[in-house]
Design a protein around this ligand. Structure first.
Ligand code: C2E
Ligand code: CA
Ligand code: CA
Length: 775
């Protein structure tokens, strides 16, 4: 249904409702006519709601559609009963038999609504069972309350049979269950998708209220009053409009669970217990006894289910720390742990340990020419193929980028065999994005045998050296030999080697000299990537990223020169430059009326530098900026040599008002420990987690867990590397507030930030062009 047709339908339905309601309220044409009008209106309203539910069936897919099919069936049950009611009163000259088929039709709605609620695809870590138990808990408690306060008395005066009693009780119980489920669904729905369930809940509440009123009057033999009929009409109308507002749910409807969901179902319980206990003391009451027993069992079961959910959440978060989310293989942390363990074992038993390090040849080419999503898909296939070429007991890990490692606790001959199998496995091309792509591996092998002492780091380094040697020689796989170390002293960093055309030792020294000069003479540049609010799509800050416009090799990125700077003690000077330049730019923006917080990246050596807080604060003072404008991002792969010192550095920064963020959160074990060790304000979720969330439920539930975790700790959560709208929308539904990524904006110059964020024109370039519908 188009938006226009929907709006027209709603307007028409509102008008018709208005006419019917006025007619009933004002009693035009006398009681007989009003009764007839009431009947026609009831049939019309329930038929409207039923047709809207059918429209919702067409608009949805999967489990959501099944839910709407259930609701449609329930609504048609209501229509049928309305028709039967009219038939009996007008043609059969007698009220319909009660309990009877008419009750069956009306009661079909709450039953099917409860079933529909269970079909809502919450998925992930939240169990449908808990929703059932929540509903049961509230319904039982409310029944106990209703029984003690008015139902018992009501049935006492009317002398009804057991079946009649059961049917009469079924109405309020069914209604309460329906309302409870609807409320639980509203609470669990992402903010952008709440309209439809909220309207359904409102409609159901009205039906419940007026059903109860009717049960009350009917017991005394009265026909439904006009007010009750208007209440029903309005309830059905709202349900119909709710159905028209339906929006297709994302594949996984995971989001942060609001705290209220945990305690709200318990609200009526104390009242039920109090009233029930009073009733029991006064004498025997079978319904209350049954309700009490049900209540106890449901509450216990709910507690158990909650515990289980928490356990699963913790397990998922712990697992996340050790898995590479893209390929589902082990990550570097788990690999290092297993390797260390294997080496330790070797110390006792002498068992051989082998490490293979592999790197894809020309992967960057794939990424650059076919795009990152294709690159990611290729990496997943590569992971699968590696796994299929090795034995089940061996550990395969993705270390980052296109680098994989395999731990083989076996003899050198076996390790070599595995390397050969791997080379063979990559002879077949891969199919990604409908094309066939040839991928070659360079593999380095190193083994620890006999009783020579080798540390885990050393063994890994040897395999790494062998891999570079294989790569340079285009040799497929190579085993480590000591002469490779010789080459290594002249070896340069791989990415930089690409840029500098595989330069040897002399060129490397020149490159380092260039870098030194560039830092000293402030030839480096900063670009800024906006961090946006997922709610407003406005920039709420920027992250400074370093670039080096190299006279010979063009614009170099951090990956091209940062390790070189790190290895040669240039980081401190580099950080000083970044700090000063970033604050200078921020001060410039401020002058132009743009109050833009800025974040800089810090690496470990700076964290161990006790002078850092002083440097930062004097830089802030120099540019006349408040500390709150600055965030420092600490990367987790950085090993901090002294946790205590780093903590005191961060503490000092924070207490002066500077914000601290953990960068690349989730990409390794360290980040999890950082949370315990360091005082932080912000978590930046690594982009390797963010990329797959749209199609990968596992990645999605990990991200959701981290967002929950961050909210739990009161930390700001920022998703990195958001590349498309679907990801942005999903993140927002998870309760993640901020994001960065190419979808919103790439890193741009300081000048561009000043322009695009100037008060007159406060939106971002690409997000502006493709402004999501929810903005
Ligand atoms: P980071 O701090 O995680 O920065 C984010 C990186 O992801 C940036 O790469 C950014 O351009 C890139 N990026 C942002 N959005 C997207 C996206 O949607 N898709 C993809 N595929 N990539 C995206 P860049 O500039 O190459 O920086 C790489 C890393 O270098 C940074 O990672 C940071 O760890 C380090 N770095 C950058 N500047 C500095 C600096 O001034 N000082 C220090 N110590 N490290 C820096
Ligand atoms: Ca960063
Ligand atoms: Ca990052």
């Amino acid at each position: 249904m188009t938006a226009r047709a929907r709006n027209a339908t709603i307007v028409a339905a509102t008008l018709v409702l208005g006419v019917f309601a006025s007619w009933l309220a004002l009693g035009w044409g006398g009681p007989a006519l009003v009764t007839k009008v009431g009947e026609v209106a009831s049939v019309a309203a329930s038929a409207f709601a039923a047709c809207c539910a059918v429209a919702a069936v067409h608009a949805t897919r999967g489990r959501q559609r099944m839910g709407w099919i259930c609701l449609s069936v329930g609504m048609f049950g209501w229509v049928t009963s309305d028709l039967l009611w009219s038939y009996f009163t007008h043609f059969a000259a007698d009220a319909p038999p009660s309990p009877g088929v008419v009750d069956l039709g009306y009661l079909l709605l709450p039953a099917s609504a409860c079933l529909a609620a269970l079909l809502v695809p919450f998925g992930g870590l939240r169990s449908t069972l808990r929703i059932v138990l929540d509903g049961a808990l509230v319904a039982t408690a409310l029944f106990a309350i209703a029984w003690t306060t008015f139902l018992r008395e009501l049935f006492a005066v009317t002398n009804v049979s057991g079946l009649e009693l059961a049917v009469s009780v079924a109405y309020p119980v069914g209604d309460v269950a329906m309302v409870t489920f609807a409320l639980v669904i509203v609470a669990q729905s992402p903010p952008g998708l709440r309209m439809c369930p909220a309207l359904l809940a409102a409609g159901a509440t009205l039906l419940a209220i007026f059903d109860s009123a009717y049960v009350f009057t009917a017991t005394y033999g009265d026909a439904p009053s006009n007010v009750i009929v208007i209440g029903w009409l309005t309830g059905l109308y709202i349900i119909g409009v709710g159905a028209l507002m339906v929006r297709r749910l994302p594949a996984t409807l995971l989001r942060a669970t609001p705290r209220a969901v945990f305690w709200v179902p318990y609200v009526p319980v104390p009242f039920a217990l109090f009233l029930g206990a009073r009733e029991l003391f006064a004498g025997e009451s079978v319904p209350i006894l049954i309700a009490g027993i049900v209540l106890i069992f449901v509450a216990l079961a709910r507690q158990f289910v909650l515990l289980d959910e928490n356990r699963r959440l913790l397990a998922a978060v712990a697992d996340m720390a050790l898995r590479d989310p893209l390929t589902d293989l082990a990550n570097r942390a788990l690999f290092n742990d297993r390797l260390a363990h294997a080496i330790e074992l070797r110390g006792r038993t002498g068992a051989p340990v082998g490490v293979l390090v592999t790197d894809l040849d020309d992967f960057k080419l794939v990424n650059d020419s076919l795009g990152h999503p294709v690159g990611d898909e290729l990496l997943r296939s590569v992971g699968e193929r590696i796994q299929s070429a090795i034995r089940t007991g061996d550990t395969v890990a993705r270390l980052g980028g296109d680098e994989f490692a395999i731990l083989v606790e076996d003899a050198p001959a076996i390790v070599e065999q595995i390397a050969d199998r791997l080379v063979q496995a990559f002879e077949e091309p891969f199919t990604v994005d409908g094309r066939s792509v040839d991928v070659r591996l360079s593999i380095g092998l190193a083994t620890a045998v006999g009783d020579a002492e080798v540390s885990a780091e050393e063994l890994f380094k040897r395999a790494d050296l062998a891999m570079y040697s294989a790569k340079r020689a285009h040799a497929g796989s190579r085993s480590f030999t000591p002469d490779m170390r010789q080459d290594a002293t002249e070896l340069n960093l791989p990415s930089q080697q690409d840029r500098t055309g595989g330069c040897g030792g002399v060129a490397r020294i020149e490159f380092l000299g260039d870098l030194r000069r560039a830092i000293d003479e402030h030839e480096l540049d900063l670009v800024y990537q906006p961090k946006v609010s997922l709610r407003t799509l406005k920039a709420v800050g920027v992250e400074a990223l370093i670039r080096w416009p190299h006279p010979e090799f063009g614009l170099l990125e951090p990956a091209d020169f940062l390790s070189l700077a790190r290895e040669n003690g240039l980081m401190e000077a580099l950080t000083d430059f970044v700090l000063d330049r970033a604050l200078e730019d921020a001060a410039g923006w401020r002058k132009a009326g743009v109050d833009m917080p800025v974040a800089i990246n810090l690496s470990a050596p700076s964290l161990n530098d006790e002078a850092l807080p002083g440097t930062v604060l004097s830089a802030l003072a120099k540019h006349g900026l408040p500390p709150a404008i600055l965030t420092v991002e600490i990367t987790e792969d950085v090993l901090v040599s002294s946790v205590a010192r780093a903590r005191s550095v961060l503490d000092e920064l924070r207490s002066s008002g500077v914000r601290v963020a953990i960068d690349d959160f989730g990409s390794g074990y360290a980040a999890m420990t950082y949370l315990h060790e360091f005082p932080v304000d912000e978590l930046k979720l690594d982009r390797q987690f963010i990329g797959p969330i749209v199609h990968d439920e596992r990645a999605a539930s990990i991200v959701l867990s981290v967002v929950n975790l961050a909210n739990e700790f009161g930390l700001t959560c920022v998703a990195e590397g958001v590349e498309d709208r679907a990801t942005a929308e999903l993140l927002r539904t998870y309760g993640c507030e901020f994001a960065q990524g190419h979808y919103f904006s790439k890193a741009v110059t300081a000048e561009a930030i000043r322009h695009c964020c100037a008060p007159t024109d406060a939106t971002l370039s690409s997000a502006e062009a493709t402004r999501p519908s929810w903005a």
